[in-house]
Design a protein around this ligand. Structure first.
Ligand code: SAM
Length: 288
């Protein structure tokens, strides 16, 4: 099939670049990066090496989370002037835990065509090699670094029945594995992928406890993507709301923290921890 010539005037291209292995840059991406007018790079110095090696003479400008607001109108005006613009991030697909989303929305709103030249993405690469169900899945990217927001997001993640993909920085990996263990137990399926497509690519699993034991012994280094198996289907509720409240009150009277009491009761009551927290809060509010 004959393809149309690229790049076209006034079109915004999102270009996937390698996440490690330089051989993963597609011929189409390569040709586009050589011929396009402007390349918005997450980091011009980082991408400079790749672009120079390709022989790209395109104008380069920085485009990252701290200058998105100012850059979007500039890039839109380039598109309006009939220039072609490509966006690349340091690695992988722009717009996936990387800059791109706001520019694409603005470009579409302004009536410009947006075309993605697909390429590697750590999330999908990890997912399809994990052995976990990939017919339906969730992408969570990076969780909030700390605090209540992180806890709330984690609670949602562990109750999700679909496979979930997470990104995590190496210095926070063990903490995340400990949190997962606390919230979903030792045996939940988990595959931790390290340094995908690179020389020291590694897969560690198949459970939360296996990954935790490994990374407690081997200090995490490199880039990590986690693929967490979905929560088992909810059992039928085995205890009524009142029975749950009474049992929670007893456990807390016995000195258990509310979070531990909810965790302890969840399985035998056939209830999710979130439901049990809600019951506790109703009780607190009623007591006010
Ligand atoms: N846009 C990128 C993509 O499409 O995958 C993701 C960018 S995000 C800022 C970077 C995170 O992606 C890393 O911290 C890591 O969690 C994950 N990642 C990127 N490259 C990876 C690799 N080679 N192996 C494992 N995880 C990787």
């Amino acid at each position: 099939m004959k393809q149309r010539a690229e790049p076209e005037a006034g079109v915004l291209y999102l270009v996937g670049t390698p996440i490690g292995h330089l051989g993963d840059l597609s011929p189409r991406a390569r040709a586009l990066l050589v011929a396009v007018d402007t390349i918005a790079c997450e980091d011009t110095r980082h991408s400079g090496q790749l672009l120079t090696a390709l022989g790209s003479k395109a104008r380069r400008c920085s485009f990252h989370q701290h200058n998105t607001h100012g850059r979007v109108p500039q890039l839109l005006s380039e598109l309006s002037n009939g220039h072609s613009v490509a966006v690349i991030s340091d690695a992988g697909l722009p717009g996936i835990s990387d800059p791109g989303e706001e520019l694409v929305a603005a470009a579409r709103q302004a009536g410009h065509s947006v075309i993605c030249i697909p390429g590697p993405c750590a999330a999908t690469t990890a997912l399809v090699s994990s052995g976990l169900p990939s017919n339906r899945f969730c992408f969570e990217g990076f969780l909030p670094a700390r605090g209540r927001e992180r806890r709330e997001r984690l609670t949602t993640v562990v109750e999700e029945q679909r496979t979930t993909v997470l990104y995590e920085a190496p210095h926070r990996l063990v903490k995340l594995l400990e949190e997962l263990r606390e919230l979903c137990g030792d045996e939940r399926a988990l595959q931790v992928t390290r340094e995908l497509t690179k020389r020291h690519e590694q897969q560690v699993g198949p459970t939360v406890i296996a990954a935790l034991s490994h990374f407690r012994e081997h200090s995490p280094q490199g880039e990590f993507t986690l693929v967490l198996g979905g929560a088992p289907q909810q059992q039928e509720a085995l205890m009524s709301d009142d029975q749950c409240r009474q049992r929670l009150a007893t456990l807390i009277d016995q000195g258990m923290k509310p979070s531990d009491a909810a965790k302890d009761l969840a399985r035998s009551a056939g209830r999710s921890r979130r439901e049990l927290y809600a019951l506790m809060h109703v009780e607190e509010k009623e007591a006010d």
